[in-house]
Ligand binder design. Structure first.
Ligand SMILES: Cc1ncc(COP(=O)(O)O)c(C=O)c1O
Length: 426
């Protein structure tokens, strides 16, 4: 392809050569809507709809026997989906289970892996973490009788948007029992160096786990090879599992076989689960970190969605994602240069996640103006507009059109007609 041009024709030419375009037609893309919020909620695909329908059919056709009959028997479905998910995060099949939700899974992992001993009692996190993670960590510190003011260490950001891995490593002191970090920062889209952080934690005899909510399905990981102790993520963003779809847990093979911190009958080894004994025999695989009955109707769309991921590779998805975000940044540099709008997402490919974060003091009103023009971004405090081109369904032309809308909104100060009041769901 020839050198970058800011024209729509150039975007169209890029689309003609783009990989993965076969998936776009499988998604429900409303006419005239430019959906750039797949990092909050991925779109419905025909295959997800079909797999949901097939689980409904087994309920209708088999009743209770749907646990063992039908096209997707329910009893082993969480394990099966874990196996399908494992290549996306570079894990072995038995190390991943699809269960719970991001926050509940973090509670499970904290209950399992946080064992304060003497002075080694602190949990290290960061000041830009998603609030739910901090609430969960604080809960466990309190349950152990510690105050988060003392026992929660949050590494600060030099610029309010990004973190420096060396600062994080410097905070891995002998008082730290556990490190919990995001793979990709939810506001700025910075990708942390998971391999480096894991190696540094282990050199200091500290366990480390990652929140992969903003990377699962868009960035390859090598969790097993890197030796990450555990990870957790949601499936409703880049994995397109639907609102409230069931989350996932990875636990490194050498930690498997132990009793889960929060046990329930679905933690059981499957062959003895229905013995109904009061003595739990934990499953030998990551299935042990399940608690109760799986939420089948929120698992079902993932069957179809993960089938699509199995038809490509997460490396191919990442390659396209980097090209799309690079294209958007190049375009923004030309078309939005006059409007005091700053990209705070790292430009370096090795440090950039799947979305672009733009900062502007009028971010709330700009987001409203974009929505009025049927461009779907999201807003995050303090002044951030997040835009995510999703490799399975976003085109270069979508990005060009969105940038063009943004240019009009800024050039005509169209945003000034909207209130500065943020909606409840931003
Ligand atoms: C990075 C991150 N962590 C945790 C959560 C909380 O997820 P859940 O509501 O599924 O528990 C979210 C939700 O968007 C998130 O983005």
């Amino acid at each position: 392809m020839s050198a970058f041009q800011a024209s729509r024709e150039f975007a169209e030419a890029l689309d003609r050569q783009a990989p993965l375009t076969q998936f776009r037609e499988e998604f429900s893309l409303a006419a005239h809507r430019l959906y750039l919020d797949g990092n909050s909620l991925g779109l419905l695909s025909r295959r997800a709809e079909a797999s949901l329908e097939s689980v409904l059919n087994s309920w209708r056709d088999y009743g209770i026997d749907g646990w063992s009959e039908g096209s997707h028997p329910w009893f082993e479905l969480s394990e099966r989906l874990g196996h399908m998910m494992a290549p996306l995060v570079g894990a072995q099949a038995h190390e991943v289970i699809v269960t719970g939700s991001t926050t509940v899974n973090l509670h499970q992992l904290l209950a399992t892996f946080y064992h304060p001993q003497g002075p080694r009692r602190k949990i290290l996190a960061d000041s830009l973490a998603f609030p739910s993670d901090i609430y969960a960590i604080s809960s466990h510190l309190r349950l152990h009788g510690f105050s988060p003011d003392d026992a929660l260490v949050q590494v600060t950001s030099p610029d309010g948007f990004t973190l420096n891995e060396d600062d994080i490593i410097a905070a891995m002191t002998p008082e730290v029992a556990l490190v919990i970090l995001p793979s990709v920062l939810f506001v700025s889209g910075q990708l942390l160096d998971i391999a480096k952080l894991t190696a540094a934690a282990h050199e200091r005899h500290i366990l480390i786990g990652f929140d992969l909510a903003h990377s699962a399905g868009v960035i390859p990981h090598h969790l097993t090879a890197w030796g990450v102790d555990f990870a957790f993520w949601c499936t409703y963003k880049y994995l397109n599992g639907g609102p409230g779809s069931v989350g996932a847990i990875y636990v490194a093979g050498h930690h498997l076989g132990q009793r889960p911190g929060l046990a329930g009958w679905f933690s059981s080894e499957k062959t003895v689960q229905f013995d109904m004994a009061h003595h739990l025999v934990p499953a030998p695989d990551a299935g042990a970190f399940q608690i109760g009955t799986p939420h089948l109707l929120s698992l079902a769309p993932l069957i179809g969605s993960l089938e699509m991921f199995a038809e490509t590779t997460v490396e191919a998805i990442r390659a396209k994602s980097l090209q799309l975000t690079r294209y958007f940044m190049d375009l923004a540099e030309i078309r939005l240069k006059d409007f005091d709008m700053r990209v705070v997402t790292p430009k370096d490919d090795t440090r950039r996640g799947g979305h672009i974060a733009l900062v502007h003091p009028e971010a709330v009103r700009i987001c409203k103006a974009l929505k009025a023009r049927h461009v779907i971004p999201d807003y995050r405090p303090p002044e951030v507009i997040r835009l995510a081109p999703v490799p399975l369904y976003t085109t270069y032309t979508d990005i060009w059109d969105a940038a063009d809308h943004l240019w009009h909104i800024m050039d005509q100060r169209e945003y000034s007609q909207y209130s500065q009041h943020r909606d409840i769901i931003a």
